[in-house]
Ligand binder design. Structure first.
Ligand code: LLP
Length: 436
């Protein structure tokens, strides 16, 4: 049973946050009020220190399990080039899912050989681009795609390093919209069809099978579904090798969850030990593709209160951020902590309210019956854990420009994307002559 943590508990559980008696809510020691005064709201705020700490935690877990592994950051979680730069600096490669993400990763200086191309609908043009740049691994999702890769690589005179993404028929039991490894999902190759296709690939022009890949979903907080999937991978590896195939690499996927309310965090150490136990003895080169784990807790959406609307039955706190900015609550009923920013606001007794955005949709609601102190127009709130699948999923619905983005690093903050200008909303539109 999930409880409803109060905002004090949310702050106490997050090392990047603290409430200062005078300066209000600090994020990596920088007052959020100061950022809002500079950029206005809404603004996404990311913390470089938190990202570095999370990279280190990942590495430490595998080091202490005695397991060598390479990380390929899932760019889709947050594709800002400053974030990608932090990943490159931390020695991570990238997991990309489109030509756009590939171009961003390459542009951030990530070596092509440490980039994995995943996704169920890569186009021939995307495959050609990846091959021309010397991509390290293409995860094949179907027999049809294998043929497309073979043809594209042969035409270019290249050999594509391919890993077979297996659909292990395991339910990750996270949200139905982000679980990917059930037999009926669109992802991967059915586990009982992989061996035949792998053998077939070994004789095909232009492709070189390097191993297996699996990704069962996102925001997973328990080990059982991972273990079930990795057991299948171990069995498949054994079967392929017994049949004379070479299997060098296993891509463990991503999906490591984060606490959005007061759930225990992802059991990283036990995960690393489980990986070691299940596949550690197979002499496989291991890679993983975490996204959310690295950046989710390293970001928040700072919003202003536009007005308080009191109806007979409810207090609506109307923010200047909407579902066009942070879509997760509307799309997945996702919980995001919401905390007051000013110390004076924080000191007042809390009561239930509905936290909503300005977009003309009932689903534009960040929280229902959430306990918050009285907030006046102009007050600031922080929507927590919005560093992953936040800005990347935002839109300009209702002609609302993309919010500004700021990176906090070593006690200072940098504007990394100005708020989109209203005129920029239509700058690429073409209005044909003679419409009137
Ligand atoms: N690898 C592959 C092949 C993926 O499809 C994904 C995420 C990842 C790695 C990274 O997963 P992560 O470690 O971030 O869980 N928009 C949703 C999440 C969608 C995840 C899509 N694939 C959300 O806001 O919860």
């Amino acid at each position: 049973m999930l409880t409803m943590p109060d905002w004090r508990g949310l702050i106490a559980a997050r090392p990047a946050l603290s409430m200062h008696a005078r300066d209000g809510l600090l994020f990596e020691e920088v007052p959020l009020r100061a950022i809002a005064e500079r950029t206005g709201t809404p603004v996404w705020v990311y913390g470089a220190g938190t990202i570095r700490a999370r990279q280190a935690a990942l590495r430490a877990a595998f080091d202490s399990a005695g397991l060598g592994i390479a990380f390929r950051y899932a760019v889709k979680a947050n594709d800002h080039r400053a974030i990608l730069g932090l990943m490159r600096a931390g020695g991570l490669g990238a997991d990309v899912t489109s030509a756009g993400e590939l171009a961003r990763a390459l542009g951030a200086g990530i070596a092509p050989g440490s980039i994995v191309f995943s996704g169920v609908g890569k186009t021939r043009a995307e495959i050609e681009m990846a091959l021309a740049r010397g991509i390290g691994q293409i995860n094949v999702e179907s027999a049809e795609e294998l043929m497309m890769i073979s043809a594209a690589a042969s035409a270019l005179g290249r050999t594509a390093p391919v890993a077979f993404r297996v659909n292990p028929d395991v339910d990750a039991a996270s949200h139905a919209k982000i679980t990917t490894g059930r037999a009926g999902d669109k992802f991967g190759i059915a586990h009982d069809e992989v061996a035949a296709l792998y053998r077939h690939a070994a004789g095909l022009d232009g492709v070189s099978p390097v191993g297996l890949a699996v990704h069962i979903g996102s925001q997973i907080l328990t080990l059982a579904p991972y273990e079930a999937a990795y057991r299948r991978m171990a069995a498949l590896t054994g079967g392929l090798r017994a049949a004379g195939q070479e299997v060098a690499r296993l891509d463990l996927g991503g999906g490591f969850g984060i606490p959005y309310r007061d759930e225990p965090g992802f059991p990283l150490d036990s995960y690393a030990r489980m990986v070691r136990r299940v596949v550690g003895g197979l002499g496989l080169e291991l890679i993983a593709e975490p996204g959310r784990y690295l950046v989710g807790p390293a970001g928040l959406l700072l919003a202003g209160v536009t007005l308080i609307k009191q109806t007979r039955s409810r207090r609506f706190v109307v923010l200047d951020a909407g579902m066009n900015d942070l879509l997760r609550p509307a799309l997945y009923d996702a919980f995001h902590g919401i905390v007051p920013v000013d110390a004076a606001d924080a000191a007042r007794p809390a009561g239930p309210c509905e936290v909503v955005g300005p977009v003309c949709e009932t689903g534009d609601r960040f929280a229902e019956a959430r306990d918050l102190p009285p907030l006046a127009p102009g007050a600031l709130v922080a929507l927590l854990d919005a560093g992953a699948y936040g800005a990347v999923m935002s839109s300009t619905y209702n002609s609302r420009p993309h919010a500004a983005q700021v990176l906090v690093d070593r006690g200072a903050f940098h504007l990394i994307r100005p708020r989109q200008r209203i005129e920029a909303l239509w700058q690429d539109e073409i209005v044909p002559e003679g419409l009137d």
